[in-house]
Design a protein around this ligand. Structure first.
Ligand code: SR1
Length: 345
């Protein structure tokens, strides 16, 4: 009972924190409406939870603060209907711009158009809304997958049996999948013998169960391509449980401080990842939204380039956190995407 009450109080506190009004003062030297302040921007997500999305949001919050923007964050909880509803709420609360972060295009296109019709600017991160008025933020997913797979060939040669973690319908995963398909055509010695995947509120745990079944059924697997850090964590859990850490190598996307720990720990099978700093991507998304709200053009395609992080390079450099990585690798810690003189970081 006490626990339930405590949970309810915590939930109430977090809801009010998410929506607490911030009446911000104007930004000196900025174009309208930022010069007068009190500008609301909404960030509507689809996937709630996980290191990537938490860091993305914190980067968005930091950039919003630097702009004096009242950022309202709506967690979509993997629910397409809720995400639509939250976009409507953002329109109604008077947001000048909305960042739509992931989601299912078919359930978002019309409500995104509704926002545009109401004069609200829209930016999409990793969801293709197929609309020339909506700039698209992405992490150069083709390059990301290519770098991971090139590293797999470097480590394993180009003849191996692979497991592949994939869920169709997510723009970044679909783009990475295009590269995986091309890669297998170019390397006929690489055989995909098992495919699995899930995106839900417990992605890593679900993928761990699936990976255990796949690895038991296919003991010939020596490489797993898991291009989302929650997938890689799941596969690593399965390998640990099955005692296969020495036999199978995992290649992924994304990085967080927790991921760095998992990659660099003794005996880890997670040997490389290719990643942007998600906080940098979140900040670029807010800058793009702010530029649009000020009547300026951020460009249609806003790309933050990823970097390859091998287990060896992370161990050799002694980097233990994303902050240390940002300081050490400038291409990881900063992006010039969607910048303007009046926007400080
Ligand atoms: C389910 S989509 C997950 C991906 O979205 C972001 O692009 C991250 O890179 C993550 O891998």
């Amino acid at each position: 009972m006490y626990l339930r009450l405590r949970g309810a109080l915590a939930a109430a506190a977090s809801i009010s924190a998410l929506s607490a009004p911030v009446v911000a003062a104007g930004l000196a030297g900025a174009p309208a409406p930022f010069d007068k302040g009190d500008v609301k921007i909404a960030l509507v997500g689809f996937i709630s939870g996980g290191d990537f999305f938490e860091a993305y949001q914190s980067g968005a919050q930091a950039q919003a603060k630097a702009l004096g923007v009242d950022l309202r964050i709506f967690p979509g909880k993997q629910d397409p209907a809720l995400e639509r509803d939250q976009i409507e709420q953002a329109i109604n609360l008077g947001a000048k711009a909305i960042v739509i972060d992931h989601g299912q295009p078919e359930s978002l296109k019309d409500v995104a158009q509704k926002a545009l019709d109401a004069g609200v600017k829209v930016v999409a991160f990793d969801v293709n809304l197929d609309n020339p008025k909506i700039p698209q933020v992405e992490q150069s997913d083709h390059l990301l997958a290519r770098l991971a797979l090139e590293q797999a060939v470097k480590d394993n040669g180009d003849t191996f049996k692979a497991g592949y973690v994939y869920v169709a319908g997510f723009a970044p995963l679909d783009r990475r999948d295009e590269v995986w398909t091309e890669f297998r055509k170019a390397h006929p010695g690489v055989e995909e013998v098992a495919r699995f995947g899930a995106v839900n509120s417990t992605t890593a745990a679900t993928v761990a169960d699936q990976a255990k079944a796949a690895l038991r059924a296919h003991p010939e697997i020596t490489v797993v391509f898991a291009p989302y850090d929650e997938f890689a964590r799941g596969v690593k859990l399965a390998l640990n449980e099955l005692g296969l850490n020495d036999k199978v190598k995992v290649y992924s996307a994304d990085v967080s401080t927790a991921d760095i720990r998992e990659i660099t720990e003794a005996g880890s099978p997670w040997v490389a990842t290719v990643a942007t700093n998600p906080a940098v991507v979140g900040a670029a998304s807010i800058r793009a939204a702010a530029l649009l709200a000020a009547g300026q053009d951020p460009g249609h395609s806003i790309v933050v380039e990823p970097v390859l992080l091998t287990q060896k390079s992370l161990r050799d450099s002694g980097v233990a956190t994303v902050e240390e990585l940002s300081a050490k690798v400038p291409a990881f810690g900063k992006s010039n995407a969607a910048k303007a003189g009046w926007i400080s970081e």
